[in-house]
Design a binder for this molecule. Structure first.
Ligand code: F3S
Length: 295
């Protein structure tokens, strides 16, 4: 059996930057640190960070640390203000690409545009962007929902959650172009790291007999990769850790594709590969490798 890894898989630049910054702050003696919500959407990595002194909370009232990190997905201005009001030292680990979307939402909302965000209204990144628009942005999940918004005659600015799928964004643009708007500004804010991971996952899924996608069950970008592989018509398994793998998945499989979400650390990917080797060796299957570059 050949294990082939997608050319772009695992930690993106924004997540790596946030983790490295958190680790550096601890090394410099600036810990212990708190985060409001997990720094990234990967429970095992969040646990590792906690053991280093970076702890995740759901509520400001529970924080006992003197310093707080704003996480990769970004936070609302209200969350920043509350940290200042409480006298907490703040460190901003918002991914620069998410920060750029927040700034767009702020600018266009101030200029009188109806900001529209394609994405999941319950995701912290989207909630942060809405906050920067002064809570004036509308979030929609299905492009068709745009038909129901009364946008005629309005100035509209369209942005996207960074982890969205390009096809869905393009559908939204087409729908908006057909409406009678005073102005339409389209900013495709889908992150290139996301786009590359999605493209490579789809390409590999079309070649492989089965796909393994590694990442947090709560990770939006990992779930999108699962979705893309399934849409390619291949049997797809979503695992968080090596222990989730099952030997029966490899029966009769010649080429297994492997990809991982942008918040999946290298050490988990390695553990999954090691476990795959172990399971297939137990079955007496021959090993072989494709791309190993990303690790
Ligand atoms: Fe940032 Fe893109 Fe990663 S928005 S957190 S670099 S997926």
């Amino acid at each position: 059996m050949e294990i082939r890894i997608a050319a772009n898989a695992g930690f993106c630049f924004g997540v790596r930057h946030a983790i490295e910054k958190g680790e550096a702050l601890i090394e410099e003696g600036k810990g212990p640190l708190a985060t409001l919500g997990p720094l990234i959407h990967n429970p095992q990595e969040v646990q590792r960070l906690e053991s280093m002194g970076i702890r995740s909370y759901d509520d400001y009232d529970d924080i006992t640390e003197k310093s707080v990190i704003f996480r990769t997905h970004g936070v609302t201005p209200a969350v920043c203000e509350e940290a200042n009001r409480r006298g907490l030292t703040t460190f901003d680990c918002t991914c620069p690409k998410v920060r750029a979307v927040q700034k767009l939402a702020e600018k266009y909302a101030e200029d009188g545009y109806q900001v529209l965000i394609l994405g999941d209204a319950n995701h912290p990144e989207v909630q942060g962007i809405v906050g920067w628009s002064g809570d004036r942005a509308e979030v929609f999940f299905e492009p068709e929902e745009l038909q129901r918004l009364n946008l005629t005659g309005q100035k509209v600015c369209l942005v996207s959650q960074t982890t969205e799928k390009t096809e869905r964004f393009e559908s939204a643009v087409e729908i908006l172009k057909d409406l009678d708007l005073a102005d339409l500004v389209v900013r495709n804010t889908i992150c290139a790291a996301t786009r590359d991971r999605q493209y490579d996952a789809g390409k590999l899924a079309r070649e492989a007999d089965a796909m393994i996608v590694i990442g947090g069950y709560n990770s939006a970008n990992t779930n999108k990769l699962v979705n893309i592989c399934q849409e390619a018509g291949v049997t797809t398994y979503h695992v968080e850790i090596a222990a989730d793998l099952q030997a029966s998945w490899f029966d009769g499989v010649n080429l297994i594709g492997l990809t991982a979400g942008a918040s999946t650390p290298d050490w988990i990917i390695r553990e999954v590969i090691d476990k795959m080797e172990e399971l297939t060796m137990e079955q007496g299957l021959e090993q072989g490798y494709g791309t190993l570059d990303p690790l």
